[in-house]
Design a protein around this ligand. Sequence first.
Ligand SMILES: [Zn+2]
Ligand SMILES: [Zn+2]
Length: 362
Amino acid sequence: MIGRCVRCGREDVLVDGRLCPQCYLEVRGLGRLPEPIEVVVCPRCGSYRYQGRWYPPPIDASNIEDVVREVIRLVAAARFRPNPEVESYRVENVEYIRDQFHGDYAIVRVVGKLRGVEREYSLEYRVRVNVKKQLCPQCFKKAGGAVEAILQVRGEGGRLSEEQRRSVEEVLEELSPAIREYISDVVEKREGFDLVLVDQGVAKAIASKLRSALGAKVVESWKVVGRRRDGRPKKRLTLSVRLPFFSIGSLVEMEGRLYRVVGIKNGFVYVRSIGARRVHRLSVEKAWRLLHQPRFEEEQRVLVAAVTPSSIHLQSLEDGYEYIELPKASVRFEPETVRVGREAILVRHNGRYYVLPLPEER
Ligand SMILES: [Zn+2]
Ligand SMILES: [Zn+2]
């Protein structure tokens, strides 16, 4: 249909009854490419996993980076959602760019034809990609056959939160590709996920890294799963890795007082008492024993109305808008929280008052 484009005013074919091809492409493109593109490629043979199934190598696997690019292209073509006015399309080529600061991405070139227009148009899409290298089941069997270890990642209360999952994934992404090759599968569970590994040493190294970086508690157990040729029992290692309820910034209770977790590093958890400067260092095991989720006897949102050398004046922001004056000596707080005009949370914990920053401002 020929007509006047509502955007540029030119007489041309109107692709959707309103826009000329040029304007149509600028406004609507050829379609949508959902992000991120996730691909799993076997580093040994170049097979890839898509929607839970393994497929044979799409091209000769002598250069694994070429395979990765080709797999991204195939997955992008499968996931591309063309607009209704697009008659045909193909994904022509893909550039895969590693960017450790903003995340890896790909430039995907899509070529397509619009209904009623003779020529082809070419557009570039920039999409986030997640490439994982993981042994396929066949290479996994060749590599040694049996599952040697299972590493179960869970949260303290049984379930892994989204935030905890992300922090675990960050730790896993920092592992060297050589170590990641030993992860033969990732099995999603309702309470978290399991890493299936072909090597017990690697499993222990990963568990110890999660303990060191996130304060996870690790429990080892073995199960006899068969006999070796020489008759010795063959044992599978299970590592239960539980993430603590706290992370950096969490408010915790220790021996009746409130503390803030200020760091987790090298297997130690660092906590600072609210209103004090001294930082205590606890081993992960000790932190699990001593730190608890605090429960408050009272809790209310307040506005800091005035601060004098001897007292703090607060205006409650909850029903009644009560005015509260607390002698400084009787309340604990982080100095940056108690500034006139700022909102904060006043809590009573174990008989003591604390003025805490709003949860979103920590
Ligand atoms: Zn136009
Ligand atoms: Zn393979």
